[in-house]
Design a protein around this ligand. Sequence first.
Ligand code: AMP
Ligand code: ZN
Length: 463
Amino acid sequence: MIRLYNTLTRQKEEFRPLHEGKVGMYSCGPTVYWFAHIGNMRSFLFADVLRRTLELNGYEVKQVMNITDVGHLTGDMDDGEDKMIVAMKREGKTAYEIAEFYTAAFKKDLETLNIKPANIYPKATDHIAEQIDMIQTLEKNGFTYQTSDGVYFDTSKLADYGRLSGQKSEEKKAGARVEMGKKRNTTDFALWKLSPSIGSGHQPHERLMEWSSPWGIGFPGWHIECSAMSLKYLDVPFDIHTGGVDHIAVHHENEIAQTMGAEGVLEANIWMHNEFLTVDDGKMSKSLGNLFTVDEIVAKGYDPLAYRYFVLGGHYRSKLNFTFEALDAAQNALHKLREMIRSWTVSGKIGCADLESEFLAALNDDLGTPQALAVVWKLVDEDLPTEVKAKTLLWMDRVLGLNLEEYLGHTLNIPEQIQQLVQEREAVRKQKDWIRSDELRDQIQDFGYVVEDTDQGPQVKTL
Ligand code: AMP
Ligand code: ZN
């Protein structure tokens, strides 16, 4: 039995798929006007662990992840600076070129962190017609009104608007200063925004990402893409919807409202949200200099899968604080596992059933990855033939995704060039030239190897 925490009901629920043996899953994807940071990647790692856990239980998972390449609306309240235009000015490129570049960078990050690709990555700009269609349905069903600057969803028309966050419209008003503009209710949100520059003879301007619509030239609101694309690729209702906790109060609330208004059903049965990654116990931000990308972590000499291991060490519903000390500890643990499995030459036919079921039980209890990792170390200490351990560890790695199979039985083949650098470093260490010794250590690291000084002499490992 798999139990998952459903934000909608505020409790762990037994997972019951809508279609036997199959799971439909939609994961809110990235905005693509800048590189994803390691906090964003926590969200995608969480969705990956969920998907792999379902697969380990024998389900066939269809995962859809949107790419938000329309950049006009940035703030949750349809406000804020337009990040796509900021990026266009910064880089002197068209919106499409910006989106293409950062989408490719995002997919590379997924691969680097061994996150399985989704089955489909629909782009918002490829689905303008579907979004217009859905807005028209909402209009027909009486959920919209038009103002001089766009078409809005009237949240007062939906009896249970706010059920996901449990916040009522008036509470939101009291809690936050909301720019009302031409909206009727504080929680109302844009479905279609009219371009500000409309005059006679104005044509949709591809460079600026605007399109013709029954309401005039403009662009879709941020939330409608997910309702329209999940309907197209998964049909509604589907099983599970994922995203970060910041999506609960506005984005997912509004997705639910749109799908309910247009299709008359709850978009997804289970809504799951990952907590935030913090850095030095605070928010990551560019101005504080503590916002890191996967590439930056790698450039500092870390194995990207050490970050994956670090994320597995926290439960997805708890805040996780990133520090380089914690990443060091994760990398050490990962190295230890890899070094161990090098001496386990083959994987047997039969694994350790007890520990396998303990591991699965941990994951099936709302993705208990810290407990699952504890079972891994229990296995390591167990007095069992190594082929049995190898079989079990590789089975576990189907969810952990640490690429352990690459290391099984593979003694390190250290290239000549690295061996020379190591010898040179030993020589300067004897002369107590620590500066040169550190330089050589860095050079070795640039090639993807680390030297550890032990009582038996230098030990070389891969990063
Ligand atoms: P964005 O590209 O800004 O839409 O973010 C992509 C995903 O990352 C969303 O699901 C966010 O909820 C999530 N996210 C953003 N910041 C963090 C963070 N610091 N920790 C974890 N998840 C985050
Ligand atoms: Zn979304």
